[in-house]
Design a protein around this ligand. Structure first.
Ligand code: NDP
Ligand code: MG
Length: 382
C-alpha cells in the first residue's frame, strides 16, 4: 500500500490523481490533501478519501471547512504551514505536487527533507528552485518522478539507459491553439480563444502558458534539472497531434520515445506505481491505423517570443529563471482578469527580465525576494 499526500487536489491533475487512487484502493491510499480555496470540492474529497490531514491556503476558508467537517477525524491546517505539513506528513510515502505556481517550492523542499518521494507536476518549482531541489533530493535519497507528460515520456524512454549517452532530448509541443499564426493574428486574442487547447483539458494557467508557448519554455527548464542535460541539448519539436509525448536521441543515433493517446492519468499512475505498469482504467488505446499521419515543425520564435525568452533566462541563469516564471505567473493572472492583452504576456516577461540583475545560485530567500521584486515592478508598470 502506497500512501499519498496530494497537493493541489482540487485541480485538474489533483482530481485525475484521485481518479487513479480510486481505481486502485488496495494499492494506493490518500492520506493528505491540500488546496487553495475551493473548500466545497475539498470537503467532498475529504468525505470520499478520509485523509488524516488536509490544508487550505485561505485561512478564512479553512475555518469554514473545520466547521463543516466537524463530524470527521480529518485535521484541517492552513497557510504555508499547512501546505508544508501535508507535504511532509508522517505516514505518507510519496507527495504528489500539483499546486500551480512557484508557491510549490517550500512544500516540495519540506517533503524532500522528510524523505518523501516526489511525484512532480508542479513544474514552476523546478524552474525557480531546481538547483536547491535536485541536490537535496540526492542527499536525502528522495526520487523525483515526473508527472508532466513530456517528462514522463523522457523518463520512460530512459528506462535502463545510460544517461551519459544522451545526445539530445526531443521535447514535443502541440503548438497550442495559435500554431501557425503570426503576431498580427494574435493582437486581439480574447481569454476564451486562448483557453481552447486543441488536445488537452487542463487548469487555466497552464492552458494560457500553452497558448503563449511559455509552457514549453518552462518545460525545457524542467527537463534540464530532471535529466541533468545542458539547455542546448533540448530541442523543442512542434508535433500538433500530441501522440509522441517526447523522445530521447542517443549517441548511437537511436531515438526512443513514448507514444499514446493524450491522457494525464498515464503519467500520474506511472509516477505513483513506478517502476510497475498497471492497466489504465478507462484509458483509450492508440490506434495507429486511424492516425493518417504525424507532423513535425520547428517552433516559431518570432510569434512565440516567450519561448525565446525562456532560453535567454536559462542562459543568464541564477535568479533570472525565477523572474521569467514570476513575471509570467503575474501576467497570466492579469490576462485572465482581462487587464492586459495576450501579447502583453511576453512583453511583461521581457521587461521584467531586462530590469533584473541575476543572482547566481539563489537561496530560497533570494528566490522569494526576486519573485517579490518582479511583482512590485509589474504592479508599478501595468
Ligand atoms: P489547476 O489550476 O487545475 O489546479 C491547481 C491546484 O492548486 C488547485 O487544487 C488549487 O486549489 C491549488 N492551489 C492553488 N494555489 C494554492 C495555494 N496557494 N495553496 C494550496 N493549493 C493551491 O492546475 P493544474 O492541475 O492544471 O496544474 C497543476 C500543476 O501541474 C501546474 O504546475 C501545471 O503546470 C502542472 N501540469 C498540469 C498539467 C495538466 O494537464 N493540467 C499537465 C502537466 C503539468 P483551488 O482549487 O482551491 O484553487
Ligand atoms: Mg507538459
Amino acid at each position: 500500500m502506497k500512501k499519498i499526500a496530494l497537493l493541489g487536489s482540487t485541480g485538474s491533475i489533483g482530481t485525475q490523481t484521485l481518479d487513479v487512487a480510486e481505481h486502485y484502493p488496495d494499492d494506493l491510499k490518500v492520506v493528505g490533501l491540500a488546496a487553495g480555496s475551493n473548500i466545497k470540492k475539498l470537503e467532498e474529497q475529504i468525505r470520499r478519501f478520509r485523509p488524516a490531514l488536509a490544508a487550505v491556503w485561505d485561512k478564512d476558508k479553512a475555518d469554514i471547512l473545520r466547521h463543516n467537517i466537524a463530524d470527521m477525524d480529518t485535521r484541517i491546517l492552513d497557510g504555508m504551514e499547512g501546505l508544508r505539513a501535508v507535504a511532509a506528513m508522517d505516514g505518507a510515502d510519496i507527495t504528489l505536487t500539483a499546486v500551480v505556481g512557484m508557491i510549490g517550492i517550500q512544500p516540495t523542499l519540506a517533503a524532500i527533507q522528510a524523505g518523501k518521494d516526489i511525484a512532480l507536476a508542479n513544474k514552476e518549482t523546478l524552474v525557480t528552485a531546481g538547483h536547491l531541489i535536485m541536490p537535496l533530493a540526492k542527499e536525502k535519497g528522495a526520487r523525483i518522478l515526473p508527472v508532466d507528460s513530456e517528462h514522463s515520456a523522457i523518463f520512460q524512454s530512459l528506462n535502463g539507459e545510460d544517461r551519459g549517452r544522451i545526445r539530445k532530448i526531443l521535447l514535443t509541443a502541440s503548438g497550442g491553439p495559435f500554431r501557425g499564426k503570426t503576431r498580427k493574428d494574435l493582437e486581439n486574442i480574447q481569454v476564451e480563444d486562448a483557453l481552447k487547447h486543441p488536445n488537452w483539458v487542463m487548469g487555466r494557467k497552464i492552458t494560457i502558458d500553452s497558448a503563449t508557448m511559455v509552457n514549453k519554455g518552462l518545460e525545457v527548464m524542467e527537463a534540464r534539472w530532471l535529466f541533468d542535460v545542458a539547455p542546448d541539448q533540448i530541442q523543442v519539436v512542434v508535433h500538433p497531434e500530441s501522440v509522441i509525448h517526447s523522445m530521447v536521441e542517443f549517441e548511437d543515433t537511436a531515438v526512443i520515445g513514448q507514444l499514446g493517446t493524450p491522457d494525464m492519468r498515464l503519467p500520474i499512475q506511472y509516477a505513483l506505481f513506478y517502476p510497475e505498469r498497471r492497466p489504465l482504467i478507462g484509458g483509450e488505446r492508440l490506434d495507429l491505423f486511424s492516425l493518417a499521419s504525424l507532423h513535425f515543425e520547428k517552433p516559431d520564435p518570432d510569434t512565440f517570443t516567450g519561448l525565446k525568452l525562456a532560453y535567454e533566462a536559462m542562459e543568464q541563469g541564477g535568479s533570472m529563471t525565477t523572474v521569467f516564471n514570476a513575471a509570467n505567473e503575474r501576467a497570466v493572472a492579469k490576462f485572465l482578469d482581462r487587464k492586459i492583452r495576450f501579447l502583453d504576456i511576453p512583453e511583461i516577461i521581457g521587461e521584467s527580465m531586462a530590469v533584473h540583475t541575476p543572482v547566481a545560485s539563489p537561496s530560497l530567500d533570494a528566490i522569494l525576494a526576486a519573485e517579490r521584486q518582479t511583482y512590485e515592478f509589474i504592479e508599478s508598470r501595468w
